[in-house]
Design a protein around this ligand. Structure first.
Ligand code: ATP
Length: 254
């Protein structure tokens, strides 16, 4: 089943002298159960693309389909329920609610659903355990390290058991041990629950957990790399493609 379809999407910011063509007639597809990375130099349009595909922003022209449904023409209330039921987000800046505890932040997406409290508690216990948050549940976001905030953000995104998970630099603020743990966890839910994941990253190590990488440059498709062997081999292919595309590359060792 096709989970994501981007058809001839363009996005402009500003007008005339200040016009920026952030995306330029971009098309691609992601099937259910894929774990796809989006890479490209700084300013290539990665975050713009993620925002459009994840319903946060609208394209200037073109269409986006999620789980077979065209989202580019949904009303705000239809979008809100679509987001709640189908999509999880792990943001770069966490978007945690500072007045709520870690527990309240994690269960927040489920407060609008009709799930029984026992199911909410079961999921909370499961994801807190998986992401090493159990001892932090009564703290507030400003009492957490950056890595802990990122893990709370991941737990909150997973609580609804989304069909599609969008992540923007999910390991950007993590030390390499926490990054590896989060990536292994994402790889597990991708494999076991068939959660489709679309992740923007600059980092070849992070990207090496994906099955396929789409490289974009100047808002347009540049190339794609599909994993066929070991993660190390895939990592090397990603590094080679980053060298070919040029500009704005950050990497750490595999
Ligand atoms: N709200 C905005 N208004 C004007 N220009 C914007 C806006 N958002 C993004 N842009 C421009 O669109 C282009 C693509 O930006 P985007 O953030 O999508 O790139 P990116 O690939 O995610 O970059 P980075 O890797 O540096 O985060 C850039 O030239 C950027 O300056």
């Amino acid at each position: 089943m096709r989970m994501v379809e981007v058809k001839q999407v363009s996005k402009n910011f500003g007008a005339r002298a200040t016009l920026v063509r952030a995306l330029n007639n971009l098309s691609f597809k992601i099937d259910r159960g894929e774990f796809v990375g989006i890479m490209g130099p700084s300013g290539a349009g990665k975050t713009t693309l993620l925002n459009i595909v994840s319903t946060i922003d609208q394209p200037t022209t073109g269409q986006v389909f999620l789980a077979g449904q065209e989202i580019t023409h949904l009303s705000e209330s239809e979008l809100a329920s679509f987001r709640r039921d189908q999509i999880g987000f792990i943001f770069q800046d966490f978007n945690l609610l500072t007045a709520l505890t870690v527990r309240e932040n994690i269960i927040f997406p489920l407060t609008l659903t009709k799930l029984p409290t026992s199911e909410i508690e079961t999921r909370l216990a499961y994801f807190s355990d998986q992401l090493a948050l159990t001892t932090l549940l009564n703290r507030y976001p400003n009492e957490l390290s950056i890595g802990q905030k990122q893990r709370v953000s991941a737990a909150r995104a997973l609580m609804t058991k989304p069909q599609i998970l969008f992540a923007d630099e999910p390991t950007g603020s993590l030390d390499s041990k926490s990054a590896t743990e989060l990536l292994q966890y994402l790889a597990t839910i991708n494999l076991e629950d068939e959660t489709t994941i679309m992740m923007v990253t600059h980092d070849a190590f992070t990207a090496s957990y994906c099955n396929r990488i789409l490289f974009i440059k100047d808002g347009a498709f540049f190339s794609e790399v599909v994993r066929s062997g070991t993660r190390q081999k895939f990592f090397n292919q990603i590094i080679d493609m980053q060298a070919a595309i040029g500009g704005g590359v950050m990497q750490r060792d595999s």
